[in-house]
Each structure stands twice: as structure tokens, then as C-alpha cells.
Write a protein that binds this ligand. Structure first.
Ligand SMILES: N[C@@H](CCC(=O)N[C@@H](CS)C(=O)NCC(=O)O)C(=O)O
Length: 443
């Protein structure tokens, strides 16, 4: 049996790192798509670090320039590099503006190789000097911008420090029995035990540089191992799991135990009660509120789920605007009251059927021709839909003979019956334009 934790989707006092799309200007938000894992089932998940804001007394007027790896799959997006994420999180945490310089790793430009001879990211420009390596960068940022302080006490600095190297070992291993998985697990178990005693963060209640380094690495670990090895951090390590979540979304508001594929909430615990709370809507019946909470099931389903509530409800008076609107194919068109300039200039046509009841002449379809100028309507009964073309020819001849005029436009709803076979050729031959609107729409 495993445990799931439930987290709120947003926290009011939060800094979110989201991807910068379009212009690559400083923003308080930028995301970390798992670059190179375009087919991962978790590619849409982005690393988000949300915590209470601290007020920084340091200030820089110009954004700091940071070279980062560009996504290999999506133009103008940040690629996946936990070292870069560590630096960006540090900048965010210290409220320092920055400018991202995306580097195309498939063709590293000359200017980049000049500032980073090893060709590695991240690289940052501080006091007109380019500095490489996330360890050196975060140290330099701490010295130059000490507030808020992010330093980790020396005795805690090595907590979790072997997780990344053992993860790489397991990721690269081809032999499932070579002990690399066990090595990673041992590191994660040790980290779980540490958090249980000292957490929720490495330095207790305070986020420190160690978390900003470890968080992106754990995120990278989850995405890569999930994608390449279908492996995830086991449920038996709840402190590591909530640490990752804590860095991702903020508070935990409830927990549930996995049971036969479902996470069952303990309704008695106060945190779960909070998670289960829904907002009551004054003016709406209880049944309607449950209808909305449960995803708008039909009344007969509600009857099975909540018989005592449905029993007291007048079924005929149970209406839900959202359900009705969801069934509408399209909204109404505004009346424009436009008509053609002379009779038979535009003919609107539509086919209807098949009718369940045959006519006395064995027809179950009909076609309408409406003159746009006069709104006079001709209806022809059809035995099959394939008679549409011959019927139109009959109508066309009738117009020509009886009214001594020409049809210039035939308009229908894009139904295939009007473009099949020789129909198009016939229209072309007689100089009739064929115009369409959306299928299923007669307006
Ligand atoms: N120790 C460096 C490691 C930086 C690193 O390995 N960066 C990778 C990207 S995640 C890189 O730039 N590799 C060069 C390449 O792939 O060509 C740090 O902490 O910044």
C-alpha cells in the first residue's frame, strides 16, 4: 500500500519559474521543459518552485546575462539542464533580474565558446566577467548579493549530494543486476531518513542553496528515469516525494493510501477534510452542486450515486445550463437579412433524410431549393441520396424554361452529395458557382 499526497495547485505567495516564450527578456516566470525528452509522457510537466517571497535588500539595475542551453525540440525555449535551473532558481530566490541567452547546442556559436571554452552552461556575467560552473556561480551570487542568505550550514551541505551521480550510473546502466539501481535507492533512502528527522528542507524549515541544487536534479531524475526506465521514486520514500512536491507546488493539504489502484482519502484526518472541502454555492440546490462537483453526470447516474438526494428532486425541473450548452453544435448566427439582388441569383439547397417512415412513393429523402431573393422553396422527394444530382438538373431546367432566367450561385452545407460525380462538372459547364458553409449548418 502506498501513500499519495495532495497539494494545492497554487500558493498565493509564490515565485513560479515558467518558460519564456517569444522575447527572451527577464521575467519572474520561466519553465523547464525536459529537453530531449519530447516523447516522454511527462514532457508537459514543468519544474515549478513556489515558496514564500523574501524581501531582498540587494539590487541590480541591469539584468544579469546568463547563457543557457536552448531546447533541442522547441524553438526559443529553455533546454533541460539541472545546473542551469539551479542558477536560475538562485536568481529568482534573490529577486535578481536576468536575461537568458539561449545557446544552440547542436551548433555552439563562436561567441559562446569564447565565454565558455569548455562549451558548458550555465555561464553568467557578473561585473563584466563571465563565470562558469553552477557551484562557482551560486557562490559568487551569494557573496555579491547576500540577501536573502541562501547558504547551507557546512555540516548539511553534503546531504543528498550523491543522489545525482548514482542516478547517472543507473540511467547509463544496461544491466539490471549491476547494483546501480540499488545504489541510487540507498542514497534516496538515506535522504528520506534525513528529511524525516530534519525536514521538510535540507536546512529544516528554511530553503537553502542545497535545495536549489538538489530540487532540479531530482526533477531531472524523475523525468529521465520515468521516460527511459519506467522508474519512479518509490512510494515507500514519502519524505523524498513530498520534498519534490514541496519544491514543486508548496503545501501538502492531504494524503491518501493507495488501495487497488485508487488513492483513498482518510476522511477523518483534518488535512483530508480540508482537501475534500468544496465551495457551497448559495442559491443552487445540493443536487445541482453535486452534479457539478462530480463532472456533470446525467440524472440517472446521480440517482445511483445519491438516491436520497434525487428522491426529493423534481426531475423535470433539473436543468444545467453547462450541460445544455455542451450539447449545442453551434451558437446562433446573427440575423443579417441580406438577400440576393434578383430571383434565382442564389439558390440555397439542403438534403434531409433518411426518414424512418417511407413516403407513399417509396422515398425517404428530400432535397430543398430555396430562392434567396423570394424565399420560395421547392421540395423534391428522393428515393436515394444519389438522386441529388439528377434532381438539381431537373430544377435547373425548370427555372430556365419557366422563368427564362439563370441560376448564378448554388449554396449548400458542404455535403458530399453536391461535389460527387459529375455534379461539379455540370455546375462548371453552366457557369454556376458552388458556395458552401459549414456542414450541418443550413444558415
Ligand atoms: N559542473 C558544471 C556542469 C555543467 C554541465 O555539465 N552542463 C551541461 C548541460 S546540463 C553542458 O553544458 N554540457 C556540455 C554539452 O552537452 O556539450 C556545473 O555545475 O555548472
Amino acid at each position: 500500500m502506498s501513500t499519495a499526497k495532495i497539494h494545492p495547485s497554487a500558493s498565493a505567495l509564490s515565485t513560479t519559474i515558467k518558460h519564456l516564450t517569444g522575447t527572451l527578456q527577464f521575467s519572474r516566470t520561466c519553465t523547464f521543459p525536459p529537453n530531449g525528452l519530447a516523447h516522454s509522457r511527462r514532457t508537459t510537466h514543468a519544474l515549478r518552485i513556489r515558496r514564500s517571497l523574501t524581501v531582498s535588500s540587494s539590487s541590480v539595475s541591469d539584468p544579469l546575462e546568463v547563457c543557457v542551453k536552448a531546447s533541442l525540440t522547441t524553438p526559443n525555449r529553455l533546454g533541460d539542464c539541472p545546473f542551469t535551473q539551479r542558477v536560475l532558481l538562485t536568481l529568482e530566490e534573490k529577486h535578481l533580474p536576468y536575461d537568458l541567452k539561449l545557446v544552440d547546442f547542436s551548433k555552439k556559436p563562436e561567441w559562446f565558446l569564447k565565454v565558455s571554452p569548455e562549451g558548458k552552461v550555465p555561464v553568467i556575467k557578473i561585473d563584466e566577467k563571465w563565470i562558469a560552473d553552477s557551484d562557482v556561480i551560486t557562490q559568487a551570487l551569494e557573496e555579491k548579493f547576500p540577501n536573502p542568505p541562501l547558504g547551507t550550514p557546512p555540516e548539511k551541505a553534503s546531504v543528498g549530494s550523491k543522489i545525482f551521480s548514482t542516478f547517472i550510473g543507473f540511467l547509463k546502466s544496461k544491466d539490471p543486476n549491476d547494483g546501480t539501481e540499488q545504489a541510487l535507492l540507498s542514497e534516496l533512502v538515506a535522504f528520506n531518513d534525513y528529511l524525516k528527522e530534519n525536514g521538510p528542507f535540507v536546512d529544516g524549515k528554511r530553503v537553502s542553496a542545497a535545495d536549489l541544487s538538489l530540487g532540479p536534479k531530482l526533477y531531472h531524475l524523475e523525468i529521465s528515469l520515468g521516460h527511459y526506465k519506467n522508474w519512479s521514486v518509490p512510494d515507500s520514500l514519502p519524505c523524498v516525494k513530498s520534498y519534490m512536491k514541496e519544491l514543486d507546488t508548496g503545501r501538502m493539504i492531504g494524503s491518501g493510501k493507495a488501495h487497488e489502484g485508487l488513492y483513498v482519502l482518510d476522511a477523518e484526518s483534518s488535512s483530508s477534510r480540508q482537501a475534500l472541502q468544496t465551495i457551497g454555492m448559495p442559491g443552487l440546490s445540493l443536487l445541482h452542486q453535486w452534479h457539478m462537483r462530480l463532472g456533470h453526470p446525467p440524472i440517472f447516474v446521480l440517482d445511483k450515486l445519491l438516491p436520497s438526494l434525487v428522491k426529493h428532486c423534481d426531475r423535470n425541473n433539473f436543468h444545467c445550463d453547462a450541460c445544455e450548452l455542451a450539447k449545442h453544435k453551434h451558437s446562433c448566427y446573427p440575423l443579417i437579412n441580406k438577400r440576393s439582388l434578383f430571383p434565382f441569383m442564389v439558390i440555397h439547397s439542403d438534403v434531409w433524410g433518411p426518414s424512418r417512415v417511407m413516403s407513399v412513393s417509396d422515398c425517404c429523402w428530400f432535397i430543398t431549393f430555396i430562392d434567396c431573393y423570394s424565399r420560395v422553396t421547392w421540395i423534391y422527394m428522393l428515393r436515394t441520396k444519389s438522386e441529388v444530382f439528377s434532381c438539381f438538373k431537373t430544377f435547373h431546367k425548370m427555372v430556365h424554361t419557366q422563368f427564362a432566367t439563370l441560376i448564378t450561385v448554388l449554396r449548400s452545407d458542404n455535403g458530399t452529395e453536391y461535389i460527387d460525380g459529375d455534379f461539379c462538372a455540370y455546375l462548371e459547364e453552366h457557369g454556376i458557382f458552388y458556395q458552401t458553409n459549414c456542414i450541418g449548418i443550413s444558415e
